[in-house]
Design a protein around this ligand. Sequence first.
Ligand SMILES: NC(=O)c1ccc[n+]([C@@H]2O[C@H](COP(=O)([O-])OP(=O)(O)OC[C@H]3O[C@@H](n4cnc5c(N)ncnc54)[C@H](OP(=O)(O)O)[C@@H]3O)[C@@H](O)[C@H]2O)c1
Length: 223
Amino acid sequence: VGAAVAGALRAGDLRRDELFIVSKVYPHNASRSGTIAACERSLKRLKLEHIDLYLLHWRGAHPLADTLDAFETLKRQGRIRHWGVSNFDTDDMEELSSVAGGARCAADQVYYSLSQRGAEFDLLPWLRSRSVAAMAYCPIDQGALARDATLRAIGERHRVSAAQVALAWMLAQPGVVAIPKAAREAHLRENLEAAALALNAADHLELDRQFAPPRRKEPLAMS
Ligand SMILES: NC(=O)c1ccc[n+]([C@@H]2O[C@H](COP(=O)([O-])OP(=O)(O)OC[C@H]3O[C@@H](n4cnc5c(N)ncnc54)[C@H](OP(=O)(O)O)[C@@H]3O)[C@@H](O)[C@H]2O)c1
């Protein structure tokens, strides 16, 4: 990734401020000094001066206060712009917000898709009310939603693909951004175009029938 980004920047194909680079620290590295060292290693590999958003990958044994202290140091040093977490459920977010500086968390990256809607029960409202962005990973459910019959039928009505319907639904959720992975250029282009697709009320009803929203608390899905 570092070589590709460096090549594109050097060639003038894009500017650094047009990119939003996200990286994560593994929980076993997330001590005060370990977080800073891990970030420096990532910056070196990425050939970058700063990371836009740096996340704690999931809860681990190091105290959250130590990780946050390192995140704030990295921010002061200009090595990261924002910090956040990943795979944190509501109770983890509550705990994080009780740590000094915890309210500065910018994002929680979680498994969230039409077929994994558990986060809607209380996590997404919690994040929304505190202006913490929810970053949906696996928004196409690792490719499965691209083959789904309901999404295909809705897509046919709009002359778009099933994957684009899945992404348009996701982007219609307030406070949520989606990070679909696509190695194929055609998929990348399709996914970008999904941002312009507006589903109607009938589409949403059909999706809610097929992929029911949670009625009770469910454990956060993880991949
Ligand atoms: N924070 C965490 O703990 C965590 C855990 C897992 C994943 N993630 C992140 O989440 C992101 C996505 O995860 P994911 O790859 O597991 O799931 P995903 O984005 O839901 O699905 C990716 C799969 O869908 C295919 N696809 C993408 N666009 C498509 C389209 N328009 N039409 C048909 N198929 C399409 C891709 O194919 P091609 O690649 O062949 O184009 C790939 O097989 C990754 O960037 C990953 O880093 C984070």
